[in-house]
Ligand binder design. Structure first.
Ligand code: ATP
Ligand code: MG
Length: 345
């Protein structure tokens, strides 16, 4: 991997891997000129999760307008774009194809290089994004980094020793952390997506009210959340059988604390074991206030967490990851396919 030297470049990012259609313009490695996200969350709420065909058809309707708006807000035209970064995977095949085809069309029309980006790498690079108007931007994360990536589909621990270089330490054996939040929210009859609703309910609850299990999987860097989810289910069933009112806030607070404890403990242990300079948390669950506060107060090393607006899916993170690929000479061809199960490492 060649050394990263500063190269000025302006990147248009496009993201459509799941239920957000997004476009953004960043320059020089994460300075944000514009970011537009069209969420489909209301469309999918009725199904309690993402309905793939509905998602891809909605992307088709919105992608052109979203890209147009991102360019407009950045006050640039296609002639000012050095490269297009587009999410290639992992994600829903039908959704990925919409963003990819939009990106390819622009690449041909503007004779602009195109770069396929791993969505998980995008989540990691959300910690590099800085507002272009910030007079005192905070320093970029310093390697080696231990990364906790916790999202709707993933709960992974990586060691990142340099730009674009990842070693997977472990990951969930069953539910992703975000998936556990979504499933437990459904059990508690809280609204979709579950993470923000559980967080809100937990703020009014007692985290010590229920002693939920912490699955530690000693000797491994993996996680498991299915036992915790089942424990919540058992308690809910028992309370319902007893015709008692569900103590939703206490259940939410106790569940949330169990998830945070496990994520925090293992990540801090990995940081120590691999002598990480810093920790980076990313993905939708990194928006969780209790998780952010626990890491900030307990970690002996600096913790990088993206701005809350960049934790869930967006294209600023894709454009920023694309920038680092661009300056390292990565270019992809117009026949690149979607890669729905693409692993980061
Ligand atoms: N405040 C929060 N607390 C806990 N979880 C949250 C919070 N906000 C969002 N989430 C969770 O984050 C997940 C969405 O994150 P994200 O958009 O990164 O996932 P995804 O793109 O669907 O999955 P992946 O990135 O793995 O492909 C959902 O499961 C949601 O419940
Ligand atoms: Mg995501």
């Amino acid at each position: 991997m060649p050394e990263t030297t500063f190269t000025p470049a302006r990147i248009l990012g496009i993201e459509s891997s799941c239920d957000e259609t997004a476009a953004a313009v960043v320059e020089n490695g994460g300075m944000l000129l514009s970011s537009v996200v069209a969420s489909q969350v209301d469309l999918h709420a009725a199904y309690g999760g993402v309905f793939p065909e509905v998602a891809s058809r909605q992307h088709i309707k919105t992608v052109y307008g979203v890209v147009d708006q991102a360019l407009h807000k950045a006050h640039i035209g296609l002639g000012d774009v050095d490269a297009i970064a587009v999410t290639r995977g992992p994600g829903l095949a039908g959704s990925l194809v919409v963003g990819l085809n939009m990106a390819k069309g622009i690449a041909v029309a503007g004779d602009i290089p195109i770069i396929g980006v791993n969505h998980l790498e995008g989540h990691v690079y959300s910690a590099w994004v800085r507002s272009a108007n910030d007079p005192h931007p905070s320093p970029h994360p310093q390697f080696p980094l231990v990364i906790l990536l916790v999202s709707g589909g993933h709960s992974e621990l990586y060691l990142m020793e340099d730009h674009l270089r990842y070693r997977r330490l472990g990951g969930t054996l069953d539910d992703a952390a975000g998936e556990a939040f979504d499933k437990v929210a459904r059990l508690l009859e809280l609204s979709y997506p579950g993470g923000p609703s559980i967080q809100k309910a937990a703020e009014q609850g007692d985290p010590k009210a229920f002693q939920f299990p912490r699955t530690r999987l000693e000797g491994s860097w993996d996680f498991s959340f299915s036992g915790l989810k089942t424990a919540v289910l058992r308690i809910v069933r028992k309370i319902e059988e007893d015709h008692q009112a569900l103590p939703v806030n206490d259940l939410a607070a106790s569940f949330q604390e169990a998830v945070v404890d496990v994520l925090l403990e293992k990540t801090l242990r990995a940081a120590e074991e691999f002598s990480a300079s810093e920790i980076l948390i990313a993905g939708g669950v990194s928006a969780n206030r209790a998780l952010r506060e626990a890491f900030q107060s307990k970690s002996p090393v600096k913790v990088n967490i993206p701005h809350i607006s960049l934790c869930t899916d967006n294209a600023a993170m894709i454009a920023t990851a694309g920038y680092y690929r661009f300056v390292h000479g990565v270019r992809d061809s117009l026949d690149m396919d979607a890669f729905p199960n693409w692993r980061l490492a």
